[in-house]
Design a protein around this ligand. Sequence first.
Ligand code: TXA
Ligand code: MG
Length: 314
Amino acid sequence: MNIRPATAESIAEGAKILRAGGLVAFPTETVYGLGGDATQGKTVARIFEAKGRPAFNPLIVHVADISWVADLAETEGRFEKLARAFWPGPLTLVLRRRAGCPASELVSAGLDSIAVRMPNHPVALELLRGAQRPLAAPSANASGTVSPTLAAHVATSLGDKVDLIIDGGPCPVGLESAVLDLTQSTAMILRSGVITAEDIARVIGPIDIAREDPAAPKSPGQLASHYAPSLPIRLNATIAAAGEALLGFGATARATLNLSPGGDLKEAAVNLFAMMHALDEPQKFTAIVVAPIPATGIGIAINDRLERAAAPRV
Ligand code: TXA
Ligand code: MG
């Protein structure tokens, strides 16, 4: 397995691999991404294959600068305002594909839209600038499993399916970007994140939040079961039975691990996936039970991930 610490040399090697059509896992501020050149169809197909990702679920295209989006998508007023307010950062914007968009149709999974984001992580940005290509990058884990916030998580989940894993340490935000659809007259949140609906509404006015309709999900990626560890999960627990791991928040008594002893939601977001990975030990525990997390602000995104992790699996 090819895993190297992030240095100028390893990032330059990563950029070279990407230009040649290979796959490179790299850190972003949210989670590790499994990157490939978005303009090479074969490469994008390899990303789907490596993750075992359903072909109907489109990928986010990462850029090093706002100016890169002009080639890919129809930019409009709300895009400019939001990108200026939140980029680089954990907000993905879904736009209409531009005629002649150089990104493979596969990244859009057949839709006429394309999701773009500029990550706020020095390694991701240096890699993008080195490759000089927009990078398709889903989270670097097998489809449906807990997202990776450490290079070791990527190695365990994808291993040799990746040409290079660049280790840039733990991801400082820990939850995937919020996904906002700008293709309709009313902007709509498809996936919640640490940039909240209130944050976005302050910049572009009132927005909608996608209602879950399992029969017709608006965001193809928002499957009910997702982020699932191998152990069963139970939510809103205050005590654990013998053999269960208790993931606490705030003043939880006898927690096995605590997302934030001081009750800070931002800290809980950073720790969520790493602690789910750490407790996912079937030889040691029978289930992971999670203390209640307030459903306000960033807590909305945390509860979204937890509910999907606990959802019945297919
Ligand atoms: O923080 C993140 O966004 C991370 C890092 C690596 O950037 N990436 C990530 O990618 O979480 P992924 O593939 O795990 O999630 C992408 C989400 C999915 O829910 C997908 O359905 C949605 O974005 N998406 C992508 N393109 C879309 C489009 N054209 N229309 C609607 N939803 C889209
Ligand atoms: Mg994912």
